[in-house]
Design a protein around this ligand. Structure first.
Ligand code: DQA
Length: 148
């Protein structure tokens, strides 16, 4: 295994599949995690998936990633639009982090157009549903391999 990646999902994403399917689709979080494992296998990397509804727990998981993971894919859910603590956590650990959203947040309510975590993110993927996680793994691995 060349790289270890952490896929971190925030609040309400445990409800995927039944949560506003017209916005987020019918794919469950377990389906997404399986999709990520399959993609990781094809690229020879490992992925670990975690989900929490709690801001502080997400901060802890980001801290704990230091020295363990080469990259993070973070769907911070609504905390994206509110959390300076998550921004600071990502900036502190200096692990390349992709901000991800299932929906195209820019086509939605005004309050979703602001991202606190974007400032510390390597890049942002949004609007591609579950496929976005696969795209993010591709992008992160390409980034990690670019200097090797
Ligand atoms: C989301 C978009 C956020 O605005 C929202 O609060 C979510 C999910 C997405 O994946 O599209 O919980 O991050």
């Amino acid at each position: 295994m060349e790289h270890a990646l952490l896929i971190l999902n925030g609040p309400n994403l445990n409800l995927l599949g039944t949560r506003q399917p017209e916005v987020y689709g019918t794919t469950t979080l377990a389906d997404i995690e399986e999709l990520c494992q399959q993609k990781a296998k094809t690229l020879g990397v490992s992925v670990t998936c975690a989900q929490s509804n709690h801001e502080g727990a997400l901060v802890d998981l980001i801290h704990d990633a230091r020295g363990q993971y080469a990259g993070i894919i973070l769907n911070a859910g609504a905390y994206t639009h509110t959390s300076i603590a998550l921004l600071d956590a990502i900036a502190s650990v200096e692990i390349p982090t992709i901000e991800l959203h299932l929906s195209n947040v820019h086509a939605r309510e005004e309050f979703r157009h602001t991202s606190y975590i974007a400032k510390a993110a390597l890049g942002i993927i949004c609007g591609f549903g579950a496929q976005g996680y696969v795209l993010a793994i591709d992008a992160l691995v390409a980034h990690l391999n670019k200097d090797t």
